[in-house]
Ligand binder design. Structure first.
Ligand code: BDP
Length: 339
């Protein structure tokens, strides 16, 4: 009897053991990664994050899942970057402006008036220079996965039209949390106020700042255009965006999974560029329809802006100055596949 009872229990134990092992096996196979995004769900960059996640899930047969936390649910850009650096968040999509505080060399990619349009910028980002810059991120414990388009940044404000840098003299202009962006605005004669993206709307509304700078899509999706009606199409910078992964999170993955993630991120780029173009045109149109005062590029003394920011180039350390030269050469010789 005892003997029989014991063997029944033994079988039950074995069965439970097998079930537990199988369960464990399934769970340990499933990889879930969190990706932080500051923009809302329908912003082109967020859509591209979902496309990246979709490719990863599909190519891994559902084994690797990327959860996208949009609308700054995991925090503002700078603090998210810090968390990615120490592994608390696995992935994020950010502008290289705040990222350059961690990897100063990135400034070379976002110097003012560096690219004459999106195509030369993409020729650079898709070249060896772009790949090298992504590799540079490893020094700061990030893995750079891809670039996204972010159009051109221009000034907007609550006071009046900016046709010349003198029009912004002494005004408080919000910038991203980036040394280069602060220097740029100061060089133009205004007062640079670094501030997280999510605080800009109320700062404009309450008059804490007089203006800010961004691309058409961000000016539109944040509703800044409702509280700061003057937009000058001066296009002082093209700031690429990147998807970065925490090195700690990447190192935990098998080599094939690392490769799968890298490839999926790279493949999501074309999708983002396409969505970007469409949304950029739509945002611009909606702002024009809303009756905002747009100071067109032809009405702006762009050369005066260029001259004022020249000291930023003169001040660059030698390695970055060389890099800027390589960027200029590359941008000047567009390859056929630049998009
Ligand atoms: C937007 C970028 C976002 C920013 C934001 C800002 O997409 O990542 O950093 O500008 O100005 O264009 O903070």
């Amino acid at each position: 009897m005892t003997c029989r009872a014991t063997s029944v229990w033994a079988w039950i134990c074995v069965a439970i053991g097998i079930a537990a092992l199988a369960g464990c096996g399934l769970e340990s196979d499933q990889i879930v990664l969190r990706l932080a995004e500051t923009h809302p769900r329908d912003y082109p960059t967020t859509e591209a994050n979902y496309e990246f996640a979709r490719l990863v899930e599909e190519r891994s047969g559902g084994r690797i899942r990327i959860e996208v936390y949009h609308s700054a649910q995991l925090g503002e850009e700078r603090e998210v970057i810090e968390q990615v650096q120490f592994g608390a968040i696995d992935l994020t999509r950010v502008s290289i402006s705040p990222l350059s505080s961690f990897v100063p060399k990135l400034d070379a990619l976002q110097m003012p008036f560096l690219y004459e349009g999106a195509e030369p910028m993409w020729a650079v980002l898709r070249s060896n220079i772009g790949r090298e810059m992504l590799e540079t991120l490893e020094q700061a414990d990030f893995v750079g996965l891809n670039y996204y388009d972010s159009g051109a940044r221009s000034f907007y404000n609550t006071r009046g039209e900016f046709r010349h840098p003198d029009d912004m003299a002494g005004l408080q202009i919000r910038v991203q949390e980036s040394r280069l962006m602060m220097d740029l605005v100061q060089a133009l004669g205004a007062v640079a106020t670094p501030m997280p993206f999510g605080e800009v709307y109320s700062a404009l509304q309450t008059g804490v700042i007089d203006g800010a700078e961004n691309n058409w899509p961000s000016y539109y999706s944040t509703s800044h255009y409702e509280v700061a009606p003057y937009f000058s199409v001066n296009e002082h910078s093209r700031v690429p965006e990147v998807t970065i992964m925490s090195r700690l999170a990447m190192d935990r993955l098998a080599e094939e999974d690392q490769q799968l993630i890298r490839q999926a991120a790279w493949d999501a780029m074309d999708y983002q560029i396409e969505r970007w173009k469409a949304f950029e045109a739509e945002a611009e149109q909606r702002i024009r329809d809303a009756g905002n005062t747009i100071t067109e590029r032809e009405a702006i003394d762009v050369d005066a802006f260029r001259e004022r920011v020249q000291p930023l180039y003169d001040r660059l350390p030698e390695d970055q100055r060389n890099l800027v030269e390589r960027i200029r050469d590359r941008a000047a010789s567009l390859p056929a596949d630049a998009s």
